[in-house]
Design a protein around this ligand. Structure first.
Ligand SMILES: NC(=O)c1ccc[n+]([C@@H]2O[C@H](COP(=O)([O-])OP(=O)(O)OC[C@H]3O[C@@H](n4cnc5c(N)ncnc54)[C@H](O)[C@@H]3O)[C@@H](O)[C@H]2O)c1
Length: 242
């Protein structure tokens, strides 16, 4: 989703700094250029403060400022009920899914405040932010935390012209979902059979869904966590449910 979002921003004319722990992400720079924008890749572990600061610094030094940020990196590698979950897995999930949001918000907002033009930040939460899933107690807790931090930061910085929101996808066909399916031994046809596409998509004031970019209008949304599930997403991303 981070890759698709980066390309959507590039197609909209934004210069994009892509940050990911996987060095293969570097290939996205060529795609950003093809989309008509300038791009940079910074190998980043979002759970590490120095890495996050370095990625933000590239936006400032190379492109002259930071105006929008989407925090999409996360892991979902939990396969047991809570009593069998290793403490090390808890620590890893909270480091990558929650500490990362804290670090990204902290340094992205500092850059936006210094720029004096405000900005917009979108954190990727999950439908797990609102409802529990068996064998996902820690992942679910991390995604609840993302919403709590988003709402609090949104209140704190509304007066500074920085809008902070979260979107909460349902299951989307990405490497994360494929990994979860493999870890649980789920078959693709069983997952697709559980699709809930019969309900009409929910609409909110002016936000555009159905693509990979969710536009959160300045006048309407602030400090919200928007569910965006049960909707087929065109292109390479499909909306499916475990
Ligand atoms: N795919 C789904 O069904 C689904 C559903 C709800 C919410 N989400 C959320 O959407 C977001 C995007 O998920 P996705 O499905 O695109 O996942 P994905 O696994 O396809 O992509 C996640 C990216 O994060 C990167 N990453 C992992 N650990 C990192 C770290 N420490 N530092 C920097 N980068 C790191 C990975 O290299 C990968 O490129 C996540 O926050 C996820 O929790 C996904």
């Amino acid at each position: 989703m981070g890759r698709a979002t980066a390309l959507a921003f590039a197609a909209a004319g934004a210069d994009v700094v892509a940050a990911d722990i996987a060095v293969e992400g570097e290939g996205i720079v060529d795609e950003i250029v093809v989309a008509g924008a300038r791009g940079a890749f910074v190998r980043t572990d979002v759970s590490q403060s120095d890495d996050v600061q370095a990625a933000v610094a590239v936006a400032l030094e190379k492109f002259g400022g930071l105006h929008c940020a989407v925090n999409a990196a996360a892991i979902e590698n939990e396969t047991t009920f809570l009593a069998d979950c290793e403490e090390s897995r808890f620590d890893q999930l909270f480091a990558v899914n929650v500490k990362s949001i804290f670090l990204c918000l902290k340094y992205q907002m500092r850059a936006m405040l210094a720029g004096e033009a405000g900005g917009a930040i979108v954190n990727i939460a999950s439908t797990n932010s609102f409802r529990p899933r068996p064998k996902q107690s820690v992942y679910t807790a991390t995604k609840h935390a993302v919403v709590g931090m988003t709402k609090t930061a949104a209140m704190e910085y509304a007066g500074e012209g920085i809008r902070i929101n979260a979107i909460a996808p349902g299951a989307i066909d990405t490497p994360m979902l494929r990994g979860a399916m493999a870890a649980r031994g789920s078959k693709e046809q069983d997952v697709v059979a559980k699709l809930s596409l019969d309900r009409p998509p929910r609409h909110a004031g002016g936000d555009r869904r159905g693509g990979t970019l969710v536009v959160l209008p300045r006048s309407v949304l602030h400090g919200r966590a928007r569910p965006c599930c049960r909707r087929r997403v065109p292109g390479s991303l499909r909306n499916v449910q475990l």
